[in-house]
Design a protein. Sequence first.
Length: 127
Amino acid sequence: MPKPKAENLTEVEQRAMEVLWSAGSGTVSEVLAALDAPKPLAFNTVQTILRILEKKGYVRHREEGRAFRYFALVDKATASRSAVHSVVRRFFGSPGALAVNLVQNENLGAADLARIRRLIADAEARK
């Protein structure tokens, strides 16, 4: 999948992407009908969101009669990694600082802690 031109998705852009990731594609009307928004969005608003996502490199469109059908160019895993990298750079400076923050400030369960220990051991073994 291509790397997005702009890393950050707004909350509403992410919700539109979730629709496209789930459905595979969608017209403005289809995305509007599937969007889970706290308050209803207008057709023109969703159309603008999809155009912005296209400019950012997340989607492309194909003409389908009088409508455009939008397709995701960036998969969810790639978008997720990009968002995490952005948060790390903006707030923590390094992945280790983020990990320390999470371990110190979140109530992690035994399964999460065991998984973290395994990942650390695997990372140490690769060095």
